[in-house]
Design a protein around this ligand. Structure first.
Ligand code: SF4
Length: 376
C-alpha cells in the first residue's frame, strides 16, 4: 500500500464563527513564503520515505483560496518529492466563494479527482449566522462548475444544529443538496468551541442553538432519508454512493500511518504521533532555520494503539473485525476489551457478532459515550 499524505493550507478569507481549526485570514500572510516552507518540509521528510502516494488530501483552511499559479506550485512539489500512484485518490477542499471554472479545470489537469466543498447550509440566513463567505447560489454554482470541469466525485459538507435552524430547514437543505447528486455527504453536528465567536456568545449566554435532542433528530432523519436515496452510511458523519467512500479518511479511521505537512498538520508514523507548529510564522521560521517544525510528539504505547484502533474503527459502521485486530496486535480483542464490550452491549450501544464489533443504531447517536470507555 502507498502513502497517505495530508497537506494543510491554513488560509481562509476570514474566520467563520464556529471554527477552531488552525486557519488564518489569507490577506495577512505571505502565501508564497508558506509554500516555499512547505516545499522544504516535503523535501526533507520525503527522503526517508521511499514510497509514492496512494491518497493525498489537501485540506484547510481553504485550499481553493490559492491562486492558480500557487496550486500549480503546490502539486508540482508533491509530484517532485513523492509522486502519485496512477490510481491515487487526490482530494482537495474548496469553499464556494473561492471557486472558478479556471481553478477547477486546472485542478483536474493537476490530477485532483475528488472535490470536497464546504457548503454547510443552503439557507442564506444560516450561512450568515455561521459567518460563511458564500451564498446558497454560489454553493450551487460551484457544484455546477466542478461538474463542467469533469469532477465525478464530489463531497458536500453540511452542519446540523446551527443557531436558528429547525428540522424543516435542515430537511430543505439536504433535499436541495441531493438535486445536485453529490457522490458523498459529510454531515456534522455543530459543536461550540471555546476561543471562537460562538464560544464567547455561548459563555455570555447570548447564543441559542438547537438542543442536543433537536440536533440528533436532524441527523437521525438524514440517516433514513439518505438510505432511501441510495447513500451508504459508512462512518458516523459520512455517507457515500457505492464505491465513493473517501479512501484517505478511512486511513485515519483504520488507525493506519499517514504523513501530514504544513502548519498544524498531524502525522502518525512509526508508532509516533506528531503535530506541527500551528502558527504560520512559527512553522515557516522553524523550517527556514532547518529545525523540525514539530510542536508535539508522542510515542504511542501498544495499549494506546489498541485503544485508538478500536475507537477509531468503531466510527466506521462496518465496525472492527476481530481477526484484523488479532493480526495487528497478536492479541485477542476479547481478552483485552471483552468486559467493556459486554457492558456496552448490555447498554444497547455495541453489537458483537463474534467476528465483528460495531456500534448499534443507538450507539451511533451516543458514540462519544462508547469511545470514552476505551480510553486507557
Ligand atoms: S472556511 Fe473552514 S477552516 Fe476556514 S474559517 Fe471557515 S470553517 Fe474554518
Amino acid at each position: 500500500m502507498g502513502l497517505a499524505v495530508y497537506i494543510h493550507i491554513p488560509f481562509c478569507e476570514r474566520k467563520c464563527n464556529y471554527c477552531d481549526f488552525p486557519s488564518y485570514p489569507a490577506a495577512a500572510y505571505d502565501i508564497d513564503a508558506y509554500l516555499r516552507a512547505l516545499e522544504l518540509e516535503l523535501l526533507r521528510r520525503s527522503s526517508d520515505v521511499r514510497k509514492s502516494i496512494s491518497s493525498l488530501f489537501v485540506g484547510g483552511g481553504t485550499p481553493s483560496i490559492l491562486q492558480e499559479s500557487q496550486l500549480t506550485v503546490l502539486f508540482g512539489m508533491v509530484q517532485a518529492n513523492f509522486g502519485l500512484e496512477p490510481d491515487a485518490e487526490v482530494s482537495i477542499e474548496a469553499n464556494p466563494g473561492s471557486c472558478s471554472a479556471g481553478k477547477f479545470a486546472l485542478l483536474r489537469e493537476l490530477g485532483v479527482n475528488r472535490l470536497s466543498l464546504g457548503v454547510q447550509s443552503l439557507q442564506s440566513d444560516l450561512l450568515r449566522r455561521l459567518g460563511r463567505c458564500h451564498t446558497p447560489a454560489e454553493a450551487i454554482e460551484a457544484v455546477h462548475l466542478a461538474r463542467d470541469a469533469g469532477f465525478d466525485n464530489i463531497n458536500l459538507d453540511f452542519i446540523a444544529g446551527v443557531p436558528g435552524q429547525d428540522l424543516a430547514a435542515w430537511q430543505a437543505t439536504l433535499q436541495t443538496a441531493l438535486e445536485l447528486q453529490p457522490e458523498h455527504l459529510s454531515l456534522y453536528g455543530l459543536s461550540i468551541e471555546p476561543n471562537t465567536p460562538f464560544g464567547s456568545q455561548w459563555a455570555d449566554g447570548c447564543l441559542e442553538v438547537p438542543d442536543d435532542e433537536a440536533q440528533a433528530t436532524m441527523l437521525e432523519w438524514s440517516q433514513h432519508f439518505l438510505a432511501e436515496q441510495g447513500y451508504g452510511h459508512y462512518e458516523i458523519s459520512n455517507y457515500a454512493l457505492p464505491g465513493k467512500a473517501c479512501r484517505h479518511n478511512q486511513v485515519y479511521w483504520r488507525n493506519l500511518p499517514y504523513l501530514g505537512f504544513g502548519a498544524g498538520a498531524a502525522s502518525y508514523w512509526q508508532e509516533q504521533r506528531s503535530t506541527n507548529l500551528a502558527r504560520v510564522e512559527e512553522y515557516v521560521a522553524a523550517v527556514n532555520l532547518g529545525v523540525v517544525p514539530v510542536a508535539e510528539k508522542e510515542h504511542l504505547s501498544v495499549e494506546l494503539q489498541m485503544a485508538e484502533t478500536l475507537f477509531l474503527g468503531l466510527r466506521l459502521l462496518a465496525g472492527v473485525e476481530k481477526r484484523d485486530f488479532a493480526r495487528r496486535f497478536n492479541l485477542n480483542i476479547d481478552d483485552v476489551y471483552g468486559e467493556k464490550i459486554k457492558v456496552l452491549q448490555n447498554k444497547g450501544l455495541l453489537e458483537d457478532s463474534g467476528k465483528v464489533v460495531k456500534l448499534s443504531k443507538r450507539g451511533i447517536l451516543l458514540a462519544n459515550e462508547v469511545f470514552c470507555e476505551f480510553l486507557p
